[in-house]
Design a protein around this ligand. Structure first.
Ligand SMILES: [Zn+2]
Length: 480
């Protein structure tokens, strides 16, 4: 009997020892080998995964209540969310409602239309936007504008901040405020917090303000303001394109042609319809050129948004073709969008701290694309699209593009040279003051009308005294 036992156990231990030596040789954690060395219990227990301790489910509109496909879906936020909802970066504030309590499963699933739903929805979109940008920057926390010198204050989200057809990000209030209104002739109000596009847009302002605190100031040239507005719209597009269900839905809607009408390019659909714009508040798939928009920041922003959207569609067409045998188009679009978003954010960060122009950002994108080893044809797309929009000047004509001769089978396709720096296309309105009259609430905040660039870049904002300084100086002279 004892002999049999010995014979039965010796090979097992011997094999375990071999494994242990093997893992030691590889310098890998040898916990498995150590376990294997212990007697195997009988019967062998079913392996139970480590319980998931964090993460909550939220019910959200994937676009807004007027967009029935992809409609309303559950989304999973894999980090710890406390009652509020809140975490260390984002809090929610709605009188008589917050803190909203999670279910016993730590989920925030509420009936659409209720105040609790609006709090959960707004929190989820803000959180997902911040997480998206942190992921493409390697996972490090991205600061809000006031997170300097050890300040870790979160941003406060107000889903129902009051009655007006608008929404804004306020650095001074450390807040995102979403308003609601009843369109003329309608019986029910429109809540801006229920739009993924609007919540993502305003969160985009707050993320960019943390990265480039000198850009919101009203003394910047029109294109710098345009970059802020455009980043808001592009944030909504990139957030949608970071979600598998939205990507699949958009591709099915367009048969994988991003220039076909789709919910990605149409921004803030319900809000736009309420204000009389049946295609949504803005259309990223536009053909605007800088010479057509003057110094009106909202219109200027559409030139940059449209250029990036065109480049996205071009790169997707190229990669869809190149990877058709190995990947589903949805996976290709998810990856292409993430890479383009990453190049854009790095380019924005590398652009000048104040007064940045579209050409500054495009040239940074060309450089970053080259440094990352992206195919030359990516930079051909960038050059072509932003030349057509009169942002940069191409030293070689765009004949291949205009004649439909770009070879999508050639990653190295370029007309002329693969240049990494292009001249800016100059316009008389480049130096004009910004006209922010048609912008979202953020760009119309008085707090950014500040001449003190050092204060602006340090995360400060205009106080009442700053705003009234010329009036008070005049009064002091008058009342001597
Ligand atoms: Zn805006």
């Amino acid at each position: 009997m004892s002999t049999l036992l010995t014979e039965a156990t010796t090979p097992v231990n011997s094999e375990a020892e071999q494994k242990a030596r093997f893992y030691m040789h590889l310098s890998l954690p040898s916990s498995r080998a150590a376990h294997a060395a212990t007697p195997i219990p009988s019967p062998i227990p079913i392996p139970i995964p480590i319980p998931i301790l964090l993460g909550s489910r939220f019910l959200i509109w994937k676009q807004d209540p007027s967009v029935t496909d992809p409609g309303i879906r559950l989304t999973f936020i894999p980090t710890l969310v406390l009652d509020g909802p809140q975490d260390s970066r984002v809090t929610t504030n709605l009188a008589a409602t917050t803190p909203v309590h999670a279910s016993t499963n730590r989920d925030f699933i509420f009936t659409p239309g209720t105040p609790e739903f609006d709090c959960a929805h707004s929190f989820a979109i803000v959180r997902e936007t911040l997480t998206m940008y942190q992921r493409i920057r390697g996972g490090a926390p991205l600061p809000w504008a006031w997170n300097t010198g050890g300040n870790i204050d979160p941003i406060s989200v107000f889903p129902r901040a009051g009655v007006t057809p608008n929404a804004f990000y306020s650095r001074a209030d450390k807040a995102l405020k979403f308003f609601f209104f009843t369109p003329s002739g309608a019986s029910l109000p429109v809540f801006t917090c229920r739009s993924l596009d609007i919540v993502a847009h305003e969160t985009g302002h707050s993320v960019l303000d943390g990265l480039k605190p000198g850009w919101l100031g009203g003394a910047n040239p029109p294109q710098t303001g345009g970059l802020h507005e455009s980043f808001g719209d592009l944030t909504a597009i990139f957030l949608a394109l970071s979600q598998l269900d939205q990507v699949e839905s958009a591709l099915a809607q367009t048969k994988a042609n991003l220039h076909d009408k789709n919910f990605l390019a149409s921004l803030a659909e319900q809000f736009g319809v309420a204000l009389g714009f049946p295609q949504g508040l803005r259309n990223a798939d536009n053909d605007l050129k800088l010479s057509q928009v003057g110094n009106e920041v909202h219109a200027i922003s559409q030139v940059f948004t449209g250029g990036i959207y065109d480049v996205l569609a071009d790169i997707f067409a190229f990669e869809k073709n190149r990877q058709s045998a190995t990947k589903d188009p949805a996976r290709v679009l998810l990856e292409v969008a993430s890479q383009l978003c990453s190049v854009l954010v790095d380019a924005l960060i590398a652009a000048p701290a104040t007064g940045a122009t579209y050409a500054d950002v495009v040239n940074q994108m060309l450089n970053i694309s080259n440094t990352r080893g992206e195919p030359v044809i990516y930079r051909t797309f960038l050059r072509n699209r932003f030349t057509l929009r009169e942002v940069v000047v191409s030293p070689t004509p765009l004949n291949a593009m205009l004649e439909g001769r770009i070879n999508l089978n050639d990653p190295g396709f370029v007309e002329g040279k693969d240049l990494l720096k292009l001249d800016a296309h100059r316009h008389p309105s480049d130096k004009a003051p910004q006209d922010r009259s048609d912008c979202c609430g953020t760009m119309q905040r008085l707090e950014y009308l500040i001449d003190d660039q050092a204060k602006l870049q340090a995360g400060g904002s205009a106080s009442h005294d700053d705003l009234l300084s010329s009036q008070t100086a005049e009064l002091r002279r008058a009342f001597k």
